[in-house]
Design a protein around this ligand. Structure first.
Ligand code: ADP
Ligand code: MG
Ligand code: MG
Length: 204
């Protein structure tokens, strides 16, 4: 596996396509247990990301990922903007000096991103947040020498689906307590799009 600048742009374009296609769906999930803006937040943020990275020429992966982070931090409000922004900023720092990432470097970058999300949001595994998707994905990387695309997609999908039956302990959904049970976590669904797109990008 090797992801360079073009492959990372491809990853983000695929993510953007899924987010734009499912904007209403993400919003409806957030209407059930939040304030109904997750689709709008993610759609605006990734539209801006794609605009920025396709109109800039990069010769470093770190610069590309830093622009993604800064765009998400400045254009996406709510909880998700700072969290995804932090994730990409940590990835940018993690790949500094590299022209491309191999499996190990990608694993390190994703782990650093997850740690950034944990530090910023203070959520734990099982709190019904996007941490519930990022954690098993990082574990999957750590436990496998070779990353097969269908397995990566499956791990992130199962993790996303597992948020349905748990009670929210962080974020707006936590105010609903037991009433948050039975609904998917919106941020876990957008994180699933990110990792399903990564699975597609590494396959190509
Ligand atoms: P807001 O809730 O501020 O309107 P969004 O709707 O864009 O922001 O994003 C909500 C998502 O953010 C949730 O579904 C959850 O996955 C994630 N989230 C919220 N709070 C936290 C937190 N403290 N740690 C990790 N993820 C969180
Ligand atoms: Mg919201
Ligand atoms: Mg909001």
């Amino acid at each position: 596996m090797k992801l360079g600048i073009q492959e990372v742009i491809n990853w983000l374009e695929k993510t953007n396509e899924k987010i734009q296609k499912n904007k209403e769906y993400l919003t409806s999930l957030d209407q059930a247990i939040g304030d109904g803006d997750h689709g709008i937040n993610m759609s605006r943020g990734f539209q801006e990301v794609i605009g920025k990275i396709t109109s800039t020429s990069y010769n470093s992966l770190a610069d590309l990922l830093k622009d993604v982070a800064m765009t998400l931090l400045s254009k996406v409000g709510g909880a998700s903007g700072p969290l995804y922004g932090t994730a990409f900023l940590k990835m940018s720092m993690s790949v500094k000096g590299k022209e491309a990432v191999d499996k190990q470097a990608l694993e390190n970058a994703l782990e650093d991103a997850l740690n950034g999300i944990l530090q910023r949001g203070k959520a734990q595994l099982g709190d019904k947040t996007l941490v519930d998707v990022w954690t098993p994905v990082v574990e999957f990387f750590k436990n496998h020498k070779v990353i097969e695309s269908p397995s990566l997609e499956e791990v992130s999908r199962n993790a996303m689906e597992s948020t349905k039956e748990v009670m929210a302990k962080k974020g707006r959904a936590a105010y609903l307590k037991e009433r948050s049970i039975g609904h998917l976590d919106p941020g876990s669904v957008s994180s699933y799009y990110l990792f399903a797109s990564l699975a597609e990008a590494i396959k190509e």
